[in-house]
Write a protein that binds this ligand. Structure first.
Ligand code: ATP
Length: 446
């Protein structure tokens, strides 16, 4: 077992590593950047895609009681009236009378401006939904919203999905996609942004079975983070008190992670009762009830919802993976990602850009690529390339040297965590890499 992450990373270090290695760039940087909006680079996109794909696999593909949808971001404006977002989806905003900066009142520690110490005005409710107009006429009748959550598409499609799949309760509908909130005080890198990606699942069940399923999905989610390597001591379950509960919820629990600046929410698992389906039945006039053949009864299902942020989870995996060894010019920064979360699983590195080595290294690369997410790198010296792979958390590096082409047709596999190097024949490389990845998977859970 490898000692992990003795170093608690600060946010500045993570932001600078992210930029240096192509995880995350500031949006529109050449124009001075757009505040609190971020772009994933070539390495970050692989990390986030792994997070999304692993969630989709465990939530949808590995189960026969959950199906997926991919709904449009733009929805009928009545959806947001029925859901309560038009009237309730707001935060208390206060403005400083001296510097005119704006803050969320519920996040302030004193009644003075945190920037200049000035007096703060009276709070007013600020709706977080982004508005736009649909069609060529910009009138009040054409106002629509960028969705602030993905969940509502599952409620309004409940009947479509149920009748086309013939699913019986309990069953869930999952979706991943962009959501938008005009947050008053975004910040902490990709933790709170105005455009972000959610992964949500609505699990429809019989009233009376909702408490059982709420517990089930809390345990499922907690286990999911641990399965992919987040350490238990960095995760905490926090049940909401009655006065914290959103208007639609009977019970909610947050899974919090200890980010570099402190504890923050990764996910909320809520018991949304029959609130949403009933609200849409009333507003649309359509029947969204369910006929249960077993009991011969018709009722409106209850809903339990695990709601997770893809960006926040990717940031948690990044922060938790960060480790340092040595000091000064011997400093080794290494991201100890779980091998399925790591942006790339293997890197193929010819010892140099020699004419003899490169074709062989490309051949080795072509052998590995169909099986693993593999990177080929022949820029700069081998030492620098090892460092680069450590900094993006690649579990294994495969080096092609002169012996490979001159004598043994074998390559060296270097393990990111044990630093062991083993020589294996090219003919057995895929099997050897698979074995090492499997061992790292097991170690990540220990
Ligand atoms: P918070 O209390 O942090 O504002 P929330 O409780 O409003 O979040 P939910 O509505 O429960 O968030 O959304 C589900 C998940 O979506 C959150 O747990 C989080 O991972 C993600 N999420 C919500 N808002 C943002 C945001 N502004 N930026 C990034 N991710 C977000």
């Amino acid at each position: 077992m490898v000692a992990r992450n003795l170093k608690n990373v600060d946010l500045e270090t993570l932001v600078s590593l992210s930029k240096r290695r192509g995880f995350v760039f500031q949006s529109s940087e050449i124009y001075g950047g757009l505040s609190s909006v971020w772009d994933y680079g070539p390495v970050g996109v692989e990390l986030k895609r792994n997070v999304k794909d692993l969630w989709w696999k465990s939530m949808v593909r590995d189960r026969d009681d959950v199906v997926g949808i991919d709904a449009a971001i733009l929805m009928h404006p009545d959806v947001w009236v029925a859901s309560g977002h038009v009237s309730n989806f707001s935060d208390p905003l206060v403005e400083c009378s001296s510097c005119h900066r704006r803050f969320r009142e519920d996040q302030l520690e004193s009644d003075k401006c945190p920037e200049c110490g000035g007096e703060l005005g009276e709070p007013r409710q600020f709706n977080l939904m982004f508005e736009t107009h649909i069609g060529p006429v910009q009138s009040a009748e054409n106002v629509i919203y960028l969705r602030p959550e993905t969940a509502q598409a599952m409620f309004v499609n409940f009947q479509n999905v149920q009748t086309t799949t013939r699913k019986k309760l309990p069953f869930g509908i999952a979706q991943q996609g962009k959501s938008f909130r005009n947050e008053i005080t975004p910040g902490n890198f990709t933790f709170r942004t105005r455009e972000f990606e959610q992964m949500e699942m609505e699990y429809f069940c019989k009233p009376g079975e909702d408490d059982k399923w709420h517990r089930y999905w809390i345990d499922f989610s907690m286990d999911w983070y641990k399965r992919y390597g987040l350490r238990s001591e960095k995760l905490k379950l926090r049940e909401h008190s009655a006065d914290e509960l959103p208007h639609y919820s009977k019970a909610s629990a947050d899974i919090d992670f200890e980010f570099p600046w402190g504890w923050g929410e990764l996910e909320t698992i809520s018991n949304r009762t029959d609130f949403d389906l009933k609200a849409h039945m009333e507003r649309s006039g359509k029947d969204l009830s369910y006929f249960d053949q077993e009991s011969n009864e018709r009722f409106v299902p209850f809903v339990v919802e695990p709601a997770m942020g893809a960006d926040r989870s990717a940031l948690a995996f990044l922060a938790d993976a960060y480790d340092e060894e040595g000091e000064g010019k011997d400093l080794r920064v290494v991201l100890r990602f779980h091998p399925d979360i790591a942006p790339f699983q293997v890197a193929v590195l010819p010892l140099s850009r020699n004419d003899k080595l490169v074709p062989k290294a490309r051949e080795v690369y072509d052998t590995l690529r169909p099986v693993f997410n593999t990177q080929y790198d022949d820029a700069q010296g081998i030492g620098r390339r090892y460092r680069r792979q450590d900094e993006i958390g690649t579990p294994l590096c495969v080096t092609v040297d002169f012996e490979t082409v001159d004598s043994d047709d074998a390559v060296t596999i270097r393990n990111r965590d044990t630093m062991e190097q083993v020589r294996v024949p090219v003919s057995g490389l895929v099997a050897a890499v698979s074995d090492q990845i499997a061992a790292m998977r097991t170690a990540a859970r220990e």
